[in-house]
Design a protein around this ligand. Structure first.
Ligand SMILES: C[S@@+](CC[C@H](N)C(=O)[O-])C[C@H]1O[C@@H](n2cnc3c(N)ncnc32)[C@H](O)[C@@H]1O
Length: 283
C-alpha cells in the first residue's frame, strides 16, 4: 500500500537540494549535441498546486522554495527558470516535480522515461505532461523498469532515484538496483536522494556504496538542524555517481549559504543549518 503523496512536501528544503542537483546534471548533459536519456524511477505527479489542501497542510514550501527569491540567489537561476515556466502569472502558485523540471531541459533529441506506481499520481503525471512527447509515463515499478531500460540507446544519460523510503526495504533495494544498473551502464549519471530520519540507515547505505567497487561518488547534504532522535526529517542528501565535473565546486559554494539561510529563523538569525559536501569514493 502506497500512502506517501509528494504534494504534502512539494517545494520543501529537500526538493530545493534535489531539484537543483537535477538541473545541474541535465544542463551538463545538454552541453553536448548528442542525445541523452532521463530516467526517473519514482516520478510523482509532476506538478503541485501550492494552494491545495495537501500543500497547505504542512506548508513545507514556505521553508524551501517559498523562502528563496531569484534576486538573492543568482546561482539558482536555471532552477528558477524551470519553476517560472510552470507559473505564467509570475506568482509562485505551482511547484514542478522532477518530471516537469527535467522536461524543461530535455531537447528535441532527448527522451524521458518516468515510472510512477501510485495510480492517482500516475494519472496526474500523464495529465500534467500532456503534449510533452519527449516523455513516456509508465505506471509500474521504477526499480524493475530501470533495469529493463539499461543501457539506454543513446549510451548517455542520467537516472534519478527518489523513493519516499516509506518501505524500509527501499534502502537495501536502492543499493542493490543501482549496483545492478551500474554493471549495465557504468558511465551513466545516477542521482540518489535520501532522507535523514535515522542516521544509522544512511551510514549503512553509504558503507555499501563505498565497498561496492563503484567509483566517483559524491555526497551533498542539506539540513535545517543537526540529527535528532525525535521524529521527522532534519536533513536530506543526494549521492551522485559520475557527477558532472563542476558540480562539487558549485555545491561547495551553495550548500553553506543554503544551510545558513534555510536553517535560520524568520529573521534570518539563530541558524542551526548543516551541510555535507564531499567525495565518498574517488574517480
Ligand atoms: C518522493 S516521491 C517522488 C517525487 C518526484 N521524484 C519529484 O522530485 O518531484 C516518490 C514517488 O514514488 C512513488 N513510488 C513508490 N514506490 C514506487 C516504485 N516501486 N516504482 C515507482 N514509483 C514508486 C510514490 O507513489 C511517490 O509518488
Amino acid at each position: 500500500m502506497l500512502s506517501y503523496r509528494h504534494s504534502f512536501h512539494a517545494g520543501n528544503f529537500a526538493d530545493v537540494l534535489k531539484h537543483y542537483v537535477l538541473v545541474e546534471i541535465l544542463e551538463a548533459l545538454a552541453k553536448k549535441d548528442k542525445p541523452f536519456e532521463y530516467i526517473d524511477t519514482h516520478a510523482g505527479a509532476g506538478l503541485h498546486y501550492l494552494h491545495s489542501e495537501q500543500a497547505q497542510k504542512l506548508a513545507e514550501f514556505t521553508n524551501g522554495i517559498g523562502r528563496l527569491t531569484p534576486k538573492d540567489w543568482p546561482e539558482l537561476d536555471s532552477y528558477f527558470t524551470a519553476i517560472n515556466a510552470c507559473n505564467p502569472t509570475k506568482q509562485l502558485t505551482h511547484y514542478p516535480g522532477s518530471p516537469l523540471i527535467a522536461n524543461h531541459f530535455l531537447r528535441r533529441q532527448d527522451r524521458g522515461w518516468l515510472y510512477e506506481l501510485h495510480p492517482s499520481d500516475a494519472k496526474l503525471l500523464q495529465k500534467n505532461l500532456q503534449k510533452k512527447h519527449k516523455m513516456r509515463v509508465m505506471q509500474s515499478d521504477g526499480f524493475t523498469g530501470l533495469l529493463s531500460l539499461l543501457p539506454p540507446t543513446s549510451r548517455r544519460g542520467m537516472v534519478l532515484i527518489d523513493p519516499s523510503y516509506e518501505i524500509k526495504s527501499d534502502y537495501e533495494k536502492v543499493f542493490s538496483v543501482v549496483n545492478q544498473a551500474y554493471k549495465k551502464f557504468a558511465n551513466g549519471i545516477y542521482a540518489i536522494w535520501y532522507p535523514v530520519v535515522d542516521r544509522e540507515l544512511i551510514l549503512r547505505l553509504e558503507k555499501k556504496f563505498i565497498n561496492s567497487g563503484i567509483k566517483d561518488i559524491q555526497r551533498f547534504e542539506l539540513g535545517i538542524k543537526e540529527d535528532t532522535t525525535e521524529h521527522g526529517m532534519t536533513s536530506s542528501g543526494m549521492l551522485v555517481i559520475n557527477p558532472p565535473w563542476e558540480l562539487h565546486e558549485k555545491m561547495s559554494r551553495l550548500l553553506p549559504k543554503l544551510a545558513k539561510y534555510l536553517g535560520s529563523d524568520k529573521n534570518g538569525e539563530n541558524t542551526q543549518g548543516v551541510f555535507k559536501c564531499d567525495v565518498l569514493v574517488k574517480e
